[in-house]
Design a protein around this ligand. Structure first.
Ligand SMILES: Cc1cc2nc3c(=O)[nH]c(=O)nc-3n(C[C@H](O)[C@H](O)[C@H](O)COP(=O)(O)OP(=O)(O)OC[C@H]3O[C@@H](n4cnc5c(N)ncnc54)[C@H](O)[C@@H]3O)c2cc1C
Length: 397
């Protein structure tokens, strides 16, 4: 029977980032196994993401995570090169633009003050400034907007996942096709995992990077995780008129859009009280695109905010799972309460791709040193779940 120092359940962007960061930790000498049931990643959030990165969060820890994230993405070609071959992740620093009406202006300005204090390059523009900087934008109902002049944008999420995976393998991580279906505990420690094909693998530590399957995996170890998978749809569309310098815009309606290739992609999350259907990994019917959403919610908001979007040509669309943390829409990262060697990397609530570099590094530090040695991620720890103490993130899209 083969044993591993660290088993990582889930081999998409988080699992691969944890593996990569473990194997680049100078003090780590162990063997790493990444267990992933679907090496095509067809249903993994990492492959279905809008793959954008922003500094415009309302909690300090998320801003710090994204500041490291953008630095990592800028240098990805270098960090993740294998045999001199540099991966291309197509980073475009086009910025995010959050806009606010008079009712939302104070919140936006407050968030921006925190972002600035943390070192993010976010400008506050009044309505006249917005109209001048973004002439294609309707601004008559707006009070202000915040715009990331650098450090925000979008990239090839699939490319990042593949580059992290390839590099982790080159550094010695073993990837195995399979799902963790049982976890054996020995007192306050995880002793082994068992895969669907009944292979038992003793392990020194277990990291839960199972995305939409994260709560079910944690339950196998007796840990209750308030994370549920929610369906989110992304719609592409084309516009006849040429618009220059479009960032990722987050409208007052919650609808977002950004350039993608020659056109745009867009989406929206349900507002409080609206229907928010679950994504069931085993039920394809729950994974269908919510087609009426574009016609009923998104297109009216697009046309209301950008006159040129009154005439758009809808294109393809896809749906993917948000692993939504019910407590506060923030990730749960760190050791699972009461268990000495079980680590959680779950509940990214729609912003996990950009968080993969910092969270992967943090978890590697925790496994190797027993504490965070670079960026302190303890605000995201499981302790807040046990205490029922939310770390509220206001900017969830
Ligand atoms: C439509 C959409 C848009 C998004 N837009 C953005 C964005 O713009 N910016 C951003 O930062 N984030 C975005 N996200 C979120 C981001 O994609 C996720 O937070 C991130 O990809 C999570 O990575 P992960 O590795 O934790 O999960 P996943 O990519 O879902 O991977 C989890 C893996 O675990 C495997 N697994 C499940 N159960 C088990 C088990 N029992 N044993 C072993 N393996 C298992 C699965 O097969 C899967 O491959 C978006 C997500 C969606 C769906």
């Amino acid at each position: 029977m083969q044993s591993f120092d660290v088993v990582i359940a889930g081999g998409a962007v988080m699992g691969s980032s944890v593996a990569y960061h473990l194997l680049t930790e100078p003090a780590f000498r162990g063997r790493v196994l990444v267990v992933e049931p679907d090496p095509t990643y067809r249903r993994s959030a990492s492959a279905l993401s809008a793959a954008s990165i922003r500094q415009q969060f309302s909690t300090a820890v998320n801003i710090r995570i994204s500041l490291y994230g953008i630095a990592f993405l800028r240098g990805a070609g270098e960090h993740l090169a294998v045999d001199g071959e540099r991966p291309e992740i197509g980073l475009k620093e086009g910025g995010y633009l959050y806009v606010a009406d008079p009712a939302g202006a104070a919140i936006l300005a407050g968030n921006r003050a925190l972002q600035k204090a943390e070192g993010a390059d976010i400008a506050l523009l009044d309505a006249a400034g917005l109209a001048q900087r973004f002439p294609w934008l309707r601004t008559d109902d707006l009070a202000c907007g915040t715009f990331g002049r650098s450090g925000e944008g979008w990239f090839d999420g699939w490319g990042l996942l593949q580059a992290l995976r390839r590099k982790a393998r080159a550094l010695g991580a073993e990837y195995r096709a399979g799902a963790v279906t049982e976890i054996e505990r020995d007192g306050d420690r995880i002793a082994s995992v068992t895969l669907a094909d009944a292979t038992r693998i003793p392990c020194g530590a277990l990291v839960n990077c199972a995305g939409a399957g994260g709560a079910a995996l944690a339950a196998l170890a007796g840990i209750a995780l308030p994370v549920e998978a929610k369906r989110r749809s992304v719609f592409s569309f084309a516009c006849r008129e040429r618009l220059d310098g479009v960032p990722l815009v987050v409208d007052t309606t919650g609808v977002w859009f950004r350039p993608e290739g020659d056109g745009f992609i867009s989406g929206v999350s349900p507002q409080a009280g609206e229907d928010d259907p679950d994504w069931d990994t085993d039920d394809p019917a729950t994974q269908e695109v919510d087609w009426p959403l574009f016609e009923e919610r998104i297109w009216p908001a697009l046309a209301g905010r950008v006159p040129a979007f009154e005439a758009v040509r809808p294109g393809r669309a896809w749906a993917g799972p948000y692993d939504m943390c019910r407590l506060d829409h923030n990730a749960v990262v760190g050791r699972a309460g009461g268990l000495a060697n079980f680590y959680l990397c779950n509940g990214f609530s729609g912003h996990g791709l950009q968080q993969a570099p910092a969270v992967g590094r943090g978890l590697a530090e925790l496994v190797v040193h027993g504490r965070f040695t670079s960026l302190d991620l303890s605000d995201l720890g499981y302790e807040r779940v046990i205490a029922g103490r939310p770390l509220l993130e206001r900017n969830v899209i």
